[in-house]
Write a protein that binds this ligand. Structure first.
Ligand code: 5GP
Ligand code: MN
Length: 347
């Protein structure tokens, strides 16, 4: 809990901070926010990650000092593990030999740390780092503020998602007071794409399908499309959100082929359709409205299994929580193709 984290920081001095593989806005913003917080207290601290900082976050203060390494190769008094569901998520060897502080806002996280500070009411771990700053009596510097603000806007979808609370706005307002320029941060995170991402988006959107009800959509990215467009690994990030912009769509799955027969799956939903429960069935996790997992098999099998579960969850909810009919989920690809054929036949 928070008081243990405060006591640890006050009594020790050599720290490392890490987060999950393929870090996102909350994991990097929170890690670097904590880095600047510990620096303000004159602590000896470094951020270590298995993967390099993605382009979208390259303007965050402190990214130059992120050390990319496959193992925890130095001794520390403690390692802060940010936003990870379990000890393997950072992808760092020898992490389990360290004194670990688990800081997360996912209710699905395992209590793998020597200290576990979990706050599932926080919109982002960034909000928790802000609270830690206050608890330690550290002034929120411009560096801390920019990092934490990035965590907030990425995890709340620019204050669009249901995790956005009064507290989120209160913290955001304090961060702006501390010197954040919202338009500048949003521009560097959301409007700084390479052209390859636009081309990849074109390819991926050409695969989009819906189920017969129109409430569940899915789309996929092949390795071939990624290579042809010269897209980087991160260019597929966020493509899952496009079909969600349709009023009728309540859940969406994005399948990204990472090796032949292996897919990273991103799931999104609206309202009380819980995609974290579905991701967990496939060994992943996340939040009610944003979750992910890995699927091994063909794209047809992935669609059948994962989208089948989405259809079931959406029908279950639409039926007011009673067991809904599973009609239409037997062969989703065929259903979608029949519907598309009907649509194409129209003038
Ligand atoms: P994304 O679709 O953006 O990759 O992931 C959305 C959210 O789902 C992440 O913020 C994270 O909380 C969760 N998530 C994605 N992939 C995994 C996974 O493999 N395991 C777990 N536990 N959570 C995941
Ligand atoms: Mn988060």
């Amino acid at each position: 809990m928070l008081s243990q984290v405060v006591e640890l920081i006050e009594s020790k001095r050599r720290f490392a901070i890490t987060s999950h593989i393929r870090p996102d806005g909350d994991s990097l913003g929170s890690s670097l926010g904590l880095y600047w917080l510990l620096r303000a207290l004159d602590k000896d601290v470094e951020v270590i990650m298995r993967d390099a900082v993605p382009h979208a976050y390259s303007k965050l203060p402190g990214t130059d000092s992120v050390r990319v390494t496959p193992r925890v190769d130095r001794p520390y008094d403690a390692v802060f593990v940010i936003e990870c569901s379990d000890i393997t998520r950072p992808g760092l060897e020898e992490l389990d030999e360290q004194f670990v502080v688990n800081i997360d806002h996912h209710s699905t996280t395992a209590l793998f740390g020597n200290i576990n500070w979990i706050d599932s009411t926080a919109s982002a771990v960034g909000e928790m780092i802000y609270n830690l700053c206050k608890a330690l009596g550290v002034r929120v510097t411009k560096e801390i503020a920019e990092c934490v603000y990035t965590a907030l806007i990425t995890d709340t979808g620019s204050f669009h998602y249901s995790n956005t609370s009064e507290r989120t706005f209160k913290v955001a307002s304090e961060l702006v007071r501390a010197g954040v320029k919202p338009a500048k941060v949003s521009q560097s995170v959301f409007a700084n794409y390479p052209w390859s991402k636009i081309e990849l988006t074109h390819e991926v959107l050409s695969t989009v399908k819906r189920d017969a009800s129109g409430r569940v959509a899915w789309l996929f990215q092949t390795q071939e499309a990624q290579e042809r467009t010269g897209a980087s690994d991160e260019d597929g990030d966020g493509l899952v959100n496009y079909p969600m912009a349709c009023g009728e769509v309540e859940a969406c799955a994005f399948f990204k082929e990472t090796a032949p027969g292996s897919y990273r799956v991103s799931l999104r939903s609206k309202g009380d359709v819980n995609v974290a429960r579905i991701a967990e069935r496939f060994g992943g996790g996340g939040h009610r409205n944003a979750a992910g997992c890995t699927f091994t098999g063909t794209i047809e099998e992935a669609v059948h299994s994962v989208v089948g579960q989405l259809v079931e969850a959406v029908e279950f909810r639409a039926a007011g929580g009673s067991t809904g009919s599973l009609a239409g989920h037997e062969d989703l690809l065929a259903t979608a193709e029949r519907r598309d054929a009907r649509r194409d036949a129209r003038p």
